[in-house]
Design a protein. Structure first.
Lengths: 301, 307
């Protein structure tokens, strides 16, 4: 007994550097932002003061500009996640099921290539393509598909396209892993038991891929909500996102209190989303498990 | 998130199933399968289109990146001659190396600790939650929170090393990659049981030997993948870097980001192309190393992806 507890302490000590580092460079800074958000900007030349504490910055942050940008961001993020999911599911299914096993590693590596290319540079590639004087615009005009130059750059549509492109690999990978792990035998069993394709898809494949769907959606939605780069490169005035508003309060307006309040609201919103998605997933899974508890047993390892 | 997927008990089966060739659909020319292949190829085109554009435009001889004038290697020559570009690429590489070393050391220790923690250890649960919190924190929040802290550490607390631009970059990037390394190493170690270490202890190996001859070799693929991941995350980082950077230590993505407001020149595409090629070579080397550890190609890709 004593030996075990000593081992436990040794193991815990091994994690001490991580603890210290995270407390010192993550918890304290984020805690400070929370603290700043209760302060105010005293005058034009001072960035911050906490002399009187109030929730005023939160009310100030709720102004129409911030709210409309927030809703804008939420729409871009929600639609972006949905499009990524709609592209990702058939694509990951194709990679995990239809493609011969020997090619799979190569295909996964290929999906990762954009992921390893600099985020900003990939976005610049789109900026070149979407430019009104760019080669895509000219080619489309030459074949007579459109009358004038394409007018998509610096609009919300461009930002939407950019985020779908930038975050698609993050959706594909977890989906692929979950579908690949589900294996072929359960789908075959479903077919042998007389289920048609649609039914196998809906009742076997998708439920097995559920963890991948959840983690893929979170992996796309969370960074997308705080995205600052894509909107800066591809979005004009119409494509503003919350990340830029927060950054501006610190970069140009020098109003730390307001920027902090916005950042806190963004973070709380993201945490709430994660919590709600997690809770819904657990509840749905519990209900499904209860209803179909005969059908799928956990494979014994 | 990604690590929790790994604990699926079906994991042991997938390897066995991968060996069984079931080319049922290939023989019948199933229209659905054909449509899916077409779709898959289209998605790949979509994924590679902007990268291809950057590659092609790196040979643009014009003054502006987006305005094509002619084919030539001018951009590569100009980039190599440009002191500022060379400096910023070097800054990025150094910061990435520093981040990889620091976050690999911290993440390996943390990952080993988490994998060996008893089931109900409270510290392990809190640490996992904290690491997950760093993953879900948007980069912009990391950026705006760590900058004032660096400033007050450097001025109010007299901790002067933090005023150094390179130290700032490494410290800030490590905050974001420590969780990735930790979770990769934990996933790697959870698959292995502790009997090997116990056997070594029974055979009178010192804790030191046990660690370097048993634990570390087992964890090596995970550590390597984690190091690579943190290296690339640092190399890729724009948001946090643009906040914490000090003039004179401008990393490459921040250089691009600031020239976005002035004018984008083809040199940017040229350097990006070279950096992508170097990254791919590094990945290929890692894949070869992992193959020597006897992993399948899918496993290698998954390990590299950190999934």
């Amino acid at each position: 007994m004593r030996k075990i507890s000593r081992r436990g302490a040794g193991v815990a000590a091994l994690s001490f550097p991580s603890w210290a580092y995270l407390v010192f460079f993550f918890i304290i800074p984020v805690g400070l932002v929370l603290w700043y958000s209760f302060g105010y900007k005293p005058d034009l030349f001072t960035a911050h003061s906490n002399a009187t504490l109030s929730l005023d910055r939160y009310f100030e942050a709720m102004d129409p500009t911030f709210l409309s940008t927030f809703i804008n961001t939420l729409q871009i993020a929600g639609l972006g996640t949905l499009i990524c999911l709609l592209i990702g599911i058939p694509f990951a299914y194709w990679m995990a099921v239809k493609v011969p096993a020997k090619w799979r590693g190569l295909l996964v590596a290929l999906v990762l290539v954009p992921f390893w290319t600099n985020f900003l540079v990939r976005t610049l590639g789109w900026q070149i393509m979407l430019a009104p004087e760019g080669f895509v615009s000219e080619a489309l005009q030459n074949i007579g598909l459109i009358g004038g130059p394409i007018e998509i750059l610096y609009t919300r549509a461009a930002v939407q396209l950019g985020v779908v492109y930038n975050y698609l690999p993050l959706m594909i990978l977890p989906l692929f892993v979950s579908l690949d792990r589900a294996g072929v035998s359960l789908r075959e069993a479903s077919a042998d038991l007389g289920a048609n394709r649609v039914r196998t898809m809906l009742q076997v494949t998708l439920p097995l891929a559920a963890p991948g769907i959840i983690s893929g959606c979170l992996l796309v939605f969370i960074p997308l909500m705080g995205d600052y780069i894509t909107a800066s490169v591809l979005g004009g005035a119409q494509g503003n996102m919350v990340g830029q508003l927060v950054a501006n309060q610190f970069n140009s307006a020098q109003n730390w209190a307001l920027g902090s309040a916005m950042a806190v609201m963004l973070m709380v919103f993201i945490l709430l989303t994660v919590a709600i998605v997690g809770a819904v997933y657990l509840i749905v899974r519990a209900i499904l498990r209860f209803n179909r508890r005969v059908l799928i047993e956990e494979p014994a390892s | 998130m990604s690590a929790s997927v790994l604990r699926d008990p079906a994991e042991d089966q997938s390897a066995a199933q991968a060996l069984v060739p079931v080319p049922r659909h290939n023989k019948r020319r199933d229209p659905v399968a054909v449509a899916m292949t077409v779709f898959g190829v289209l998605v790949f085109c979509f994924l590679f289109l902007p990268i291809l554009v950057i590659f092609i435009y790196s040979f643009n001889t014009g003054r502006l990146l987006a305005a094509w004038e002619g084919f030539g290697f001018d951009a590569y020559i100009n980039a190599a001659a440009n002191q500022v570009i060379r400096g910023s690429v070097m800054t990025s590489l150094q910061a990435a190396l520093g981040t990889a070393v620091l976050s690999t050391i911290l993440g390996t220790m943390g990952g080993l600790a988490l994998a060996r923690a008893t089931y109900k250890a409270k510290w392990a649960a809190i640490l996992t939650g904290l690491l997950a919190l760093t993953l879900v924190t948007p980069e912009i929040v990391d950026a705006i929170s760590i900058l004032p802290w660096f400033v007050s550490l450097g001025t109010d607390f007299g901790f002067t090393p933090i005023n150094n631009g390179m130290v700032r970059l490494v410290v800030a990037h490590t905050v974001m990659s420590i969780a990735v390394v930790t979770f990769i190493v934990r996933a790697r170690m959870q698959g292995t049981d502790m009997t090997l270490e116990e056997a070594a202890a029974d055979l009178y190996a010192t804790p030191w030997n046990r660690f370097f001859q048993i634990t570390l070799p087992i964890a090596a693929p995970g550590i390597l993948a984690g190091a690579l991941m943190s290296f690339t995350l640092s190399l890729d980082n724009t948001t946090v870097s643009s906040f914490v950077q000090v003039p004179g230590n401008t990393p490459w993505p921040v250089y691009i980001f600031s020239s976005l407001k002035v004018s984008l020149r083809p040199e940017i595409a040229a350097v990006s192309t070279i950096m992508l090629l170097l990254t791919l070579v590094a990945l290929a080397v890692v894949a070869l190393v992992l193959r020597r550890f006897g992993e399948s190609s899918t496993d290698i890709a998954k390990t590299i992806a950190g999934a």
